[in-house]
Design a protein around this ligand. Structure first.
Ligand code: ATP
Ligand code: MG
Length: 429
């Protein structure tokens, strides 16, 4: 196939053999969020470029080098969303649904776009489930977000493979004081910093903390610590969060170098990390952003949220072999009919059964075919049972009921009794 007709590098098709696992994952998360009282919101995939510059911050990796930005036919600069928080804040402001201190607990799902170097667990179109809470400023809600994800890892069977890293960035005042101290210290060691960190020192000094460069890391050993600069309010908030995690029994490690890539965080930041996926180890990340809504032109509105990467979590389910058995079988019953008269009767019978058993996964053979070829298709479909309609069955108004996975002998079931019989044999999801 010519290159121009292939998918764009880093943008993947999710093939039919993979979608059951995706739907299982997405369904599990959606049900959990419903149960905790969160409501779904859906935003456009394209926004004005200015939105992301303003919210994410001009001197972040995303805005500096990862956005898919283009001019539309009106000459407006638009960008494929690299993350969901900015658009979510825009939406709540535009519709006034956080006004007057209204609490909103929202979640969204969908593709995000970043021009990064594609590799395992890192793509240019990837998918997130994200969540944002507005107008709750206490540590109780920070804790709830973490507790929910902890429950999710439990339900998915991957709890032992993830670790919670936690830090507090303080209020903007305390972070400002810390930034000053850090800049002063790092400036005194300017020559020992790598080039990227020298640049960040001027533009976004906190980001120097998460450098991968060994020399810079050595300099950081004696650098001032954020924890020493937290004001009383930030400290109390952080203690409140830790007390709640302790109460529920969720283990965590404090990581003073956790600063997150985006500018807008304050107080709590956290990441769920795993060592099962190689370098792309963060599966879920988030934190509090009390200043963001105001920065985007709204009234001061506390906010907190997180986003998880669906590709990475699906990879984890595969790597840890936590794929529930029932999702691999997509057909319960396969109906084979031989001859035109049987085919017509089979269609009508199938619809009657579907009326009574709406959750039954019943596949009707299409494309006719011999005895042998239809049975082959029935078997290949993964169905537990084949239903057979041939001349004999038509004459007696019955259907042959044939177990395909060795659960007993073939029997004849009267058409009228078929739905009731299936209801006893097939566990319906
Ligand atoms: P990373 O450090 O891995 O680049 P990030 O800090 O840029 O992640 P966030 O913006 O916090 O990521 O996004 C939340 C989650 O989305 C990440 O923890 C990760 O699971 C997922 N994610 C981010 N970028 C990608 C990508 N390019 N491909 C696949 N998943 C991604
Ligand atoms: Mg990134």
């Amino acid at each position: 196939m010519s290159k121009s007709l292939q998918a764009i590098r880093g943008m993947n098709d999710i093939l039919p053999e993979q979608t059951p696992l995706w739907r299982y994952f997405e369904g599990t998360v959606a049900r959990l969020l419903d149960n905790y009282g969160y409501k779904q919101i859906r935003m456009p995939i394209v926004e004005f470029t200015e939105l992301f510059k303003r919210s994410i911050g001009e001197v972040t990796d995303i805005v500096e080098k990862e956005m898919y930005t283009f001019e539309d036919r009106n000459g407006d600069s638009l960008t494929l969303r690299p993350e969901g928080t900015a658009a979510c804040v825009r939406a709540v402001l535009e519709h006034g649904i956080t006004g007057g201190g209204q609490v909103q607990k929202l979640w969204y799902i969908g593709p995000m776009f970043r021009h990064e170097r594609p590799q395992k667990g890192r793509y240019r179109q990837f998918h997130q489930i994200g969540l944002e809470v507005f107008n709750l400023d206490g540590p109780d809600i920070d804790a709830e977000l973490i507790i929910m994800t902890w429950r999710l890892w439990g339900e998915l069977g991957i709890r032992d493979a993830v670790k919670l890293e936690l830090n507090s960035l303080g209020t903007s005042e305390s972070r400002g004081r810390y930034r000053e101290a850090l800049v002063e210290y790092l400036s005194a060691h300017h020559d020992k910093l790598d080039e990227d960190s020298q640049r960040r020192l001027k533009t976004n000094p906190l980001r120097v903390l998460d450098t991968k460069n060994a020399d810079t890391q050595a300099v950081l050993v004696d650098a001032p610590k954020m924890a020493d600069y937290l004001d009383d309010e930030s400290r109390a908030h952080f203690e409140g969060l830790k007390a709640r995690l302790d109460a529920v029994g969720i283990p965590y490690v404090l990581n003073p170098k956790l600063v997150r890539g985006l500018d807008y965080y304050s107080k709590t930041v956290f990441e769920w990390v795993t060592d099962k996926l190689g370098a792309q180890g963060t599966v879920c990340a988030g934190g509090r952003y009390d200043g963001l809504v105001e920065q985007m032109g709204g009234k001061p509105t506390p906010g907190v949220g997180f986003a998880m990467g669906i590709e990475r979590l699906v990879l984890m389910l595969e790597t840890l072999e936590q794929i529930p058995q029932e999702i691999s079988r997509q057909v319960d019953v396969y109906l084979c009919a031989f001859g035109e008269e049987a085919e017509l009767a089979g269609l009508a019978l199938a619809e009657r059964v579907r009326d009574e058993l709406p959750n039954l996964r019943l596949q009707v053979n299409a494309g006719a075919g011999s005895f042998k070829s239809q049975f082959k298709k029935a078997d290949k479909s993964g169905a537990l049972y084949a239903l057979i309609l041939g001349d004999d069955e038509m004459a007696q108004q019955v259907v042959g009921f044939k177990p395909l996975r060795g659960q007993g002998e073939q029997q004849s079931i009267a058409w009228d009794a078929l739905a009731a019989h299936l209801a006893t044999c097939v566990v319906q999801g």
